[in-house]
Design a protein around this ligand. Structure first.
Ligand code: G3I
Length: 469
């Protein structure tokens, strides 16, 4: 069997598994295995018959710590840019899937589902498309869809066939496709996609259609008429580029009304931005907001999964488009998990704070000072590594702060540390809590992490100890 057919068989198996889980859930029978306390977001979602994924873009392919998280934490990947028309058919009739393939290959190696994004969009279009005469654009659009969908046939779970075709008031966006082909272009796009791959699920995808409003009404009416006319649409993607404190109150109701039309719904590009800088209050509100979105999806059996629009704040599109705003994702710039991460995990049925490290070495420090610390290397490559340290309040009363100390035996050095305040003196390391993770109730835990370097060996620290404030 060649490499492609092997991949296709494996992806078909993954898709079948996901579909089976969702089908079982629809029937009220949850067959997926229960998730353990320290499961990843992808595992937690899978236990609910859903996927939880992240978008990603090609510049991150060589970023080892980023890829380590992307490849392990998420059950699904969306190709954030390089399946778009400007990358895949930059010159008419010359198709290039090199960049998109690089992400799909990696996702398949990690057994992750892949959403295709996007076939027909007014943005990131190569210039030549706008110059196609009106009487030829329908054919050009069909050719593009046919080629790209056929190319990835068997490897994707969904395609965002048409993206962002409506204005806020519910009228059609005056894109080149709308102007030159007319209202029928969306239905024609779906028909072309179905002809090229009868199995991949075909989605209409848009922003500001998360709640019930004029724009989502327009999409609703389109989907309803497509279903009546037999136009092959399988799902609606709610992008969910949201603002802290402003999750639409009608989110679940809106998901439900689309589901009632007989289509699936996916949260496709979730991020929740705030005015910078971050504060504890904004982080707390953001965590609540993420939890609300996840719970709304889980409440509707046809809401099949959720995707965040990349996972770490320094890879977000927000600051470049909304100056002064950002911090919209689940991980910070140092890949530290934010309160929003734990809120998503909790909403998916996991623990709401990091669980103690399973690593036995070294043993947790004695709890005489009211806290313990356990250290775990989470990934290691030539001369580099990442590690997590879990801090647990081992006493019977709440503590208001903690300090963890240890000594590296092999000259290791920390290059960046998250969720803690680092003081290093040669091999001696001291880490204190930061503002939002100092207070721990009795038995509660939190964690910090870091990236470090080593030379010949990376031995376990000695003298690890935790002191409560
Ligand atoms: O690749 C070039 C690079 O060579 C160049 O140096 C750099 C200089 O600006 O630009 C790079 O291209 C950028 C591209 O992302 C890849 O990083 C473009 O300028 C930039 O405009 C483009 O932005 C993308 C945006 O879509 C375009 O509208 C974002 O990354 C992408 O996250 C965003 O995604 C969209 C969804 O597709 C649809 N829904 C909204 C969402 C957010 O805008």
């Amino acid at each position: 069997m060649d490499r492609t057919s092997h991949r296709r068989r494996r992806t078909a198996g993954l898709i079948a598994g996901a579909v089976a889980a969702v089908t079982a859930l629809t029937a009220g029978v949850l067959t997926a295995p229960a998730a353990s306390a320290d499961a990843t977001l992808g595992q937690l979602a899978a236990a609910k018959g859903r996927y939880f994924g992240s978008a990603t873009d090609n510049p991150t392919l060589s970023d080892v710590p980023y890829q380590q998280i992307l490849g392990s934490e998420f059950g699904q990947i969306t190709v954030g840019n390089t399946m778009k028309w400007m990358y895949t058919e930059p010159t008419q009739g010359q198709f290039d899937y090199t960049q998109a393939e690089a992400i799909v290959d990696r996702a398949e190696a990690n057994d992750q589902l892949v959403r295709g994004h996007t076939l027909v969009w007014h943005n990131q279009l190569p210039g030549w498309v706008s110059n196609v005469p009106a009487d030829r654009l329908l054919g050009v659009m069909r050719d593009h869809i046919t080629n790209e969908v056929a190319h990835f046939k068997g490897r994707l779970i969904h395609w965002d066939v048409v993206n962002e075709a409506f204005e806020e008031n519910g009228s059609r966006r005056q894109s080149v496709f709308q102007q030159k082909i007319g209202d029928g272009y969306i239905a024609e796009a779906f028909k072309a996609a179905r002809a090229a791959d009868p199995n991949v699920k075909l989605y209409y995808n848009d922003y500001n259609i998360e709640g019930v409003n004029a724009k989502s009404d327009a999409v609703y009416n389109m989907v309803k008429s497509f279903k009546q006319q037999g136009v092959p649409i399988d799902g609606v993607g709610l992008q969910a580029h949201l603002i802290v404190g402003q999750v639409p109150a009608t989110l679940q109701q809106n998901i439900q009304r689309f589901a009632d039309l007989g289509v699936d719904v996916a949260i496709t590009e979730l991020d929740i931005r705030m005015d910078l800088p971050r504060t504890t209050a904004k982080d707390t509100q953001q965590a609540e907001d993420y939890g609300k979105v996840v719970r709304a999806c889980l409440a509707v059996s046809r809401c099949v999964g959720m995707t965040i629009w990349d996972f770490a704040d320094h890879h977000s599109w927000i600051p470049s488009v909304f100056p002064g705003q950002g911090a919209a994702l689940l991980y910070d710039e140092n890949f530290g998990k934010k309160p929003a991460y734990y809120a998503v995990a909790a909403a998916l049925g996991g623990t709401s704070s990091p669980s103690p490290s399973p690593s036995p070495s070294p043993s947790p420090s004695p709890g005489g000072d009211g806290c313990t610390a356990s250290y775990k290397v989470t990934s290691q490559w030539q001369n580099g590594f990442t590690a997590d340290v879990t801090v647990r309040n081992s006493g019977t009363a709440a503590i208001d702060g903690w300090t963890v100390t240890w000594t590296f035996p092999d000259g290791q050095r920390i290059s960046n540390l998250w969720n803690g305040d680092l003081t290093a003196d040669g091999s001696s390391v001291t880490v204190r809590n930061v503002g939002y993770n100092g207070r721990l109730g009795a038995g509660a835990s939190t964690s910090f992490g870091f990236q470090g370097s080593y030379t010949s060996s990376n031995g376990t620290p000695t003298g690890i100890a935790c002191a409560a404030a």
